[in-house]
Design a protein around this ligand. Structure first.
Ligand code: FAD
Length: 330
C-alpha cells in the first residue's frame, strides 16, 4: 500500500472507531415530543430520582419538582388543569414560572406587572441564539400551555403557536395538496430553517415574535406565512376568555403592542391546488443553518389556460425592515 493510501485511510478508520464508542439516545428520549419540560414531583410515578426542592423559603416550604424530563409526562398522560404551576426562585429577585393554562398564565403576568417587574416569555428559547434575550426578572415558560393542536376547521387550517417546527413540518406533509396548495412547498422551506435540534424546539410563534421585536430579522416563517395570507390569533390580559385575529403583517405595525398578550395560534387559509400555484425561495450562505439573505413566497391564482385571474401575492424578506411586498403588482 502506498503512503497516500495509508493517509487516506486514517480518517475513515478514526471515524468508525469513534462511532463504535458512541451509543444512540434511549428510545423514550427519541420518542419524546419535546413539548413538556418538567412536571411536579408529586405526579412522578416512574422516576427513580428523588425530587428536588427548589426555591424553598427558610422554613423549607417550596415547590418540589422532578428533574427527570418528560418520562413522567408520558406515563402519566397529559398535564391536568389543576396541577400546580412550576415556580422556581432564581438568584436575587429573579424567578422562573411555568403556568399550566392560559388563565394561570395571565395571573402570572398580572402579578408580575403589579410588582413593577419585567417579564419575558420563552417557548423553545432558541431566539436567544439570534438576538440577546430581553432583561426581565420573571421568565414565563409557556411550554406547558395547550398551544400545540393542529386542526382543519372549515375553510382554515389552525396551527398551535407553540408547535415545534419539526412537528409543523410533519403535519403540513400530511395535508392534501388539492386543498392546501402551499403545504408541501412550505414544509420543504421550513426544513431549511436552522437545523434539526433547533427545529425540534423552535416554535412559529417565537419566530414571528422575533420578527415583531426585530423587524430587520429575515424570518422565513414570516415571509412564507404572509405570502399565503395567514392570520394570527392573540389572547390578551384584557380579554382573558376571548382572542383577536389579525393579519400577520400587522406585527410590523409599530402601533401594535404585544404587552400582556400571547400569540396562541396561526390561521392559514385553504387554497386549492387546482387553482393556486405556490412557490417559495431562500437565498442563503448554506442550504440549512443559515439565515436568508433574501427569501420570498409567491402565490398565484390561475385558470385552466394558465391566465392569472387574481392579484398575485409576492412577498420578500431580507430586503429591509419594512419592505414585505411591492405595493402594486400589474
Ligand atoms: C442557529 C439558528 C438558526 C436559525 N435559522 C433560521 C432561519 O434560517 N430562518 C428563520 O426564519 N429563523 C431561523 N432561526 C430563528 C428560529 O426560527 C427562532 O429562534 C425560533 O423560531 C424562535 O422560536 P422559540 O420558540 O425558540 O422562541 P423563544 O426563543 O422562546 O422566544 C422568542 C421571542 O418570542 C417571544 N414569544 C415566544 N412565544 C411567544 C408567544 N406564543 N406569544 C408571544 N410571544 C412569544 C418570546 O418572549 C421571545 O421574545 C434560527 C435560530 C437559530 C438559533
Amino acid at each position: 500500500m502506498v503512503l497516500t493510501e495509508i493517509f487516506a485511510a486514517v480518517p475513515v478508520i478514526a471515524q468508525s472507531w469513534m462511532k463504535s464508542m458512541a451509543t444512540d439516545a434511549p428510545d423514550e428520549l427519541k420518542m419524546d415530543d419535546g413539548t413538556v419540560s418538567c412536571i411536579p414531583a408529586s405526579d412522578c410515578h416512574v422516576s427513580k430520582h428523588s425530587p428536588s426542592t427548589i426555591g424553598s423559603d427558610k422554613n423549607g416550604n417550596g415547590e418540589r419538582w422532578c428533574g427527570v424530563l418528560n418520562t413522567c409526562y408520558k406515563t402519566n398522560g397529559v398535564i391536568k388543569d389543576d396541577d400546580p404551576r412550576v415556580h422556581m426562585k432564581l438568584s436575587r429577585s429573579d424567578e422562573w414560572v411555568q403556568p399550566k393554562n392560559i388563565a394561570d398564565f395571565f395571573t402570572v403576568i398580572r402579578t408580575t406587572l403589579e410588582k413593577g417587574k419585567m417579564y419575558r416569555l420563552i417557548a423553545g428559547n432558541t431566539g436567544s441564539g439570534v438576538y440577546p434575550p430581553a432583561n426581565a426578572q420573571t421568565t414565563i415558560d409557556i411550554t406547558a400551555l395547550p398551544l400545540y393542536k393542529c386542526s382543519i376547521e372549515g375553510d382554515t387550517l389552525k396551527l398551535g403557536g407553540c408547535i415545534p417546527l419539526a412537528k409543523m413540518i410533519d403535519f403540513l406533509r400530511t395535508l392534501d395538496s388539492d386543498q392546501f396548495a402551499y403545504a408541501e412547498p412550505i414544509a420543504k422551506h421550513l426544513s431549511r430553517v436552522a437545523n434539526t435540534p433547533i427545529r425540534n424546539r423552535a416554535t412559529p410563534a417565537g419566530n414571528l415574535m422575533l420578527k415583531y421585536l426585530h423587524p430587520e430579522f429575515p424570518s422565513d416563517m414570516f415571509t412564507i406565512l404572509e405570502s399565503i395570507g395567514t392570520k394570527i390569533e392573540i389572547a390578551s390580559i384584557n380579554d382573558v376568555n376571548g382572542s383577536t385575529l389579525i393579519p400577520i403583517c400587522n406585527l410590523l405595525d409599530t402601533n401594535v403592542s404585544m404587552k400582556g398578550k400571547i400569540l396562541t395560534s396561526l390561521i392559514l387559509p385553504k387554497l386549492s391546488g387546482q387553482e393556486y400555484r405556490y412557490h417559495s425561495y431562500k437565498i442563503s450562505k448554506r442550504y440549512q443553518n443559515a439565515h436568508a439573505y433574501v427569501n420570498a413566497g409567491f402565490l398565484i391564482k390561475l385558470d385552466t389556460e394558465f391566465n392569472i385571474i387574481e392579484k398575485p401575492k409576492l412577498c420578500f424578506g431580507g430586503i429591509s425592515k419594512s419592505f414585505v411586498s411591492p405595493l402594486i403588482v400589474s
